[in-house]
Design a protein around this ligand. Structure first.
Ligand code: ATP
Ligand code: MG
Ligand code: FE
Length: 343
């Protein structure tokens, strides 16, 4: 089965074509980062309008690169939530209209299931069951995954998501949007040990997270440096490194606990923050120590993309699922509400 995937939940327009026999045939992405950068974050209405402009050319590009004609697509998957409602509606309406014109089924896909399954597109995909750490701009969740749609939430952030903490902290330090890659870049020049930040909620049992206090701690440290006239590039890098180390170590401690609590050996990380090199290295080492294994997607499939939606949609469409008459667009949508598929 050949499925066209359409992602428009936030500020990236992603389109891809996935074939259940041959794998990923083509994918294309337009990132709106430059559009939103001057505002320091995503402006929802601008995002919706830009998706409208990008979809048709991206679909044409993907079909052409894949060498697939319109009549050779068997289904269309689009992100139905969670995300910005206006942006979701653009992708959903477009996908449904296209499916109607092509007379193929359409299916609304859960954005976080897309992220979660993105590592399946790699050469060495993880086998079920596994523990997944979803770390993105809007989510920080530990999930036990026994199959597609068999998700048990083990823990999550009580306030900011990990990516959100990177973005907000970067903004407070005068860095560009999105902050994750900016902090990671600065941290490479940082001097380890000059600042040590707290590891929130690691001193008590449980698998929940909290990152908003760490953000404030970082801001206070940075403001103190600025007040002392110590606001040069080296100090900024040292603060960025201390923040990144705190986030990485906190996530590593909780992942270790989750593996131990479930007795599982495989750990999957997904979402934009899973692109972080320090996080990958730390989790790789931790999992190795437990005789376990770490899995993640290639960097461009850690952040939003159409390929993950095409893949997740293909699995569900093949299992016979498809949309009813209504158009799905949900700002909030718990992952655990998804039906499981039997194959
Ligand atoms: P959600 O998926 O929860 O709806 P989103 O789609 O906005 O949110 P993603 O696209 O998965 O999030 O990821 C974007 C986030 O990843 C941003 O917060 C960004 O700062 C962060 N990020 C990207 N690369 C890195 C990196 N190398 N290190 C840390 N964070 C990163
Ligand atoms: Mg994004
Ligand atoms: Fe995302």
């Amino acid at each position: 089965m050949r499925v066209l995937g359409i992602e428009t939940s936030c500020d990236e327009t992603g389109v891809a074509l996935y074939d259940s026999e041959r794998g990923l045939l083509a994918d294309a992405l337009f990132s709106q980062i430059d559009l939103h950068r001057i505002y320091g974050g995503v402006v929802p209405e601008l995002a919706s309008r830009d998706h409208v402009k990008r979809l048709v050319p991206l679909v044409r590009e993907v079909l052409e690169r894949a060498g697939v004609a319109e009549g050779e697509v068997d289904g269309i998957a689009y992100t139905a939530g969670p995300g910005l409602v206006g942006a979701l509606l653009v992708g959903g309406a477009f996908a449904r209209a296209l499916a109607f014109a092509w007379q193929v089924p359409a299916l609304g896909v859960h954005h976080m299931e897309g992220h979660l399954l993105a590592p399946m597109l790699e050469d060495r995909p993880p086998e079920f069951p596994f523990v997944a750490l979803l770390v993105s701009g809007g989510h920080t969740q530990l999930v036990r995954v026994d199959g597609i749609g068999q998700y048990q939430l083990l823990g999550e952030s009580l306030d900011d998501a990990a990516g959100e903490a990177f973005d907000k902290t970067a903004k407070l330090m005068g860095l560009r949007y999105p902050g994750g890659p900016e902090i990671a870049r600065l941290a490479e020049q940082g001097q380890s040990g000059r600042f040590v930040f707290p590891r929130p909620m690691t001193d008590r049992p449980g698998l929940d997270f909290s990152f908003s206090g760490l953000k404030t701690f970082t801001l206070n440290t940075w403001q103190r440096c600025v007040a002392e006239g110590d606001d040069g590039e080296q100090t900024r890098s040292d603060v960025a490194l201390a923040f990144e180390q705190a986030v990485v170590e906190t996530l590593t401690i909780k992942c270790r606990r989750a593996l131990k609590a479930t007795g599982l050996k495989r750990l999957v990380i997904a979402g934009g923050v899973s692109a972080n090199r320090r996080l990958r290295a730390s989790l790789e080492q931790m999992a190795g120590g437990l005789k376990g294994e770490l899995f993640y997607a290639r960097t461009e499939f850690c952040t939003d993309n159409g390929a993950m939606i095409a893949y997740a949609g293909c699995q569900r469409l093949m299992a016979g699922q498809q949309d009813g008459v209504g158009l799905e667009a949900r700002a909030r949508w718990p992952l655990e509400q998804l039906p499981s598929i039997v194959n």
